[in-house]
Write a protein that binds this ligand. Structure first.
Ligand SMILES: *Cc1c(COP(=O)(O)O)cnc(C)c1O
Length: 375
């Protein structure tokens, strides 16, 4: 605490990101980064931007501000997702798109929260959601996942200022269908009737879940949020985007342009545009991640772990009952053996660990360490 902090700053509970160790000794399975390199076309686009071709000095293009409307990147993303560029909002990582969306679409409490309907999201989900809700002063309600950590859209039929669903969910890895009963479209329809927005965070959709983007045309209240950090191997670039109706995208630009009109720099715009266009490369890379996930899940189950079904690039696992190991004990034992996983000291998932899918070699080392720890 500092006397210079205002009451807003004092009241914040900031998000704590997973550890990024400086020494490279760890097998890093704690922040869901992709173990494979980004598209060579993306790297080449960024290199070309910096190289200063056509006889210009290196870095010359950085003298000028980037394109505030991010036309080239939005066109590339629109082509990749079958939408119009006006339906794409460019962001400095999808966290930024989420932060702006919380501020743009959900109702804050004028005085103490009375009379304002809460924003809804699951009790176990991406822990940035309550952080953004507090930042913007939005009353929220955590809707419990079912016993098996599945999400039931019927539980969201209560009065609300909107809802946010990660699909697949994190850190469980479970995914919802888009259509049919119990699908995301029924939730979008119920919220549309009440004039409320549904955000679907698709950070992990490329690892085996259905995307809700095809619903965008039918639901002007639906915003899907996408990141290049996980499935496009570009966590270090900070690039993401949201897709929704033009009115939602315009709302996001109103918030952005009340903060900072240049959230994506020239390098990120060039790399991100080339990355979203290189579907073939990423389908191959993420296909490998999925195959490794399935193999790892089967091996963990054989060791007696409970493994939640995952459509993401991580597994949520609980050590065998008879091992006497809790989530934190397993986390520490793995760390001692040079393997970093993610432990959440939160109700209901205290006994679990989230383990990102690395290369086959990474996962062999992880499985060997698990076997050794179980003895
Ligand atoms: C990693 C993650 C993000 C953040 O992505 P960035 O684009 O790196 O900001 C958003 N949502 C979920 C559910 C995530 O796991």
């Amino acid at each position: 605490m500092s006397v210079f902090w205002n009451s807003r700053t004092r009241g914040l509970l900031p998000y704590v990101p997973g550890e990024q160790p400086k020494d490279r000794a760890f097998i890093k399975l704690n922040t869901n980064e992709n173990p494979y390199p980004p598209s060579p076309r993306a790297v080449e686009a960024m290199r070309r931007l910096l190289a200063g071709e056509d006889g210009r000095p290196a870095g010359e293009s950085l003298r000028l501000y980037p394109d505030p409307v991010c036309a080239e990147f939005r066109e590339a993303a629109a082509r990749a997702y079958g939408v119009r560029p006006e339906q794409v909002f460019p962001a400095n990582g999808s966290d930024e798109a989420l932060a702006f969306a919380f501020g743009a679409f959900f109702e804050g409490a004028p005085s103490g929260g009375d009379g304002v309907q809460p924003l809804l999201f699951p009790d176990i989900t991406y822990s940035f959601y309550p952080v953004y809700a507090r930042l913007w002063g939005l009353p929220f309600r955590a809707v419990p996942l079912r016993e098996d950590f599945s999400l039931c859209v019927g539980d969201y039929g209560i009065p609300a200022s909107g809802a946010v669903i990660a699909n697949p969910n994190a850190p469980t890895g479970r995914a919802l269908p888009v259509d049919g009963e119990g699908g995301l479209s029924s939730l979008a329809a119920a919220l549309l009737e009440r004039g409320r927005v549904l955000i679907v965070d698709e950070a992990y959709a490329a690892f085996g879940a259905e995307s809700a983007v095809p619903l965008i045309g039918r639901f002007p209240n639906l915003l899907t949020v996408h990141t290049l950090s996980k499935s496009a191997s570009l966590a270090g670039l900070r690039a993401g985007f949201a897709i929704g109706s033009e009115e939602l995208v315009e709302g996001l630009f109103r918030i952005r342009d009340s903060f900072n009109s240049y959230t994506m720099d020239r390098i990120a715009l060039a790399g991100a545009a080339a990355a979203v266009a290189d579907r073939a490369y990423y389908d191959a890379v993420n296909g490998k991640v999925i195959a490794t996930r399935e193999r790892t899940a089967a091996a963990l189950a054989a060791l007696g772990f409970r493994v939640l079904p995952s459509q993401a690039n991580f597994l949520c696992i609980r050590p065998p009952e008879d091992s006497g190991l809790g989530g934190n004990a397993l986390f520490l034992a793995l760390r001692e053996r040079g393997i970093l996983a993610r432990y959440f000291n939160l109700p209901r998932i205290r006994d679990y660990l989230r383990v990102s899918i690395g290369t086959d070699g990474d996962m062999d080392a992880f499985l060997a360490a698990c076997a050794a720890i179980l003895g």
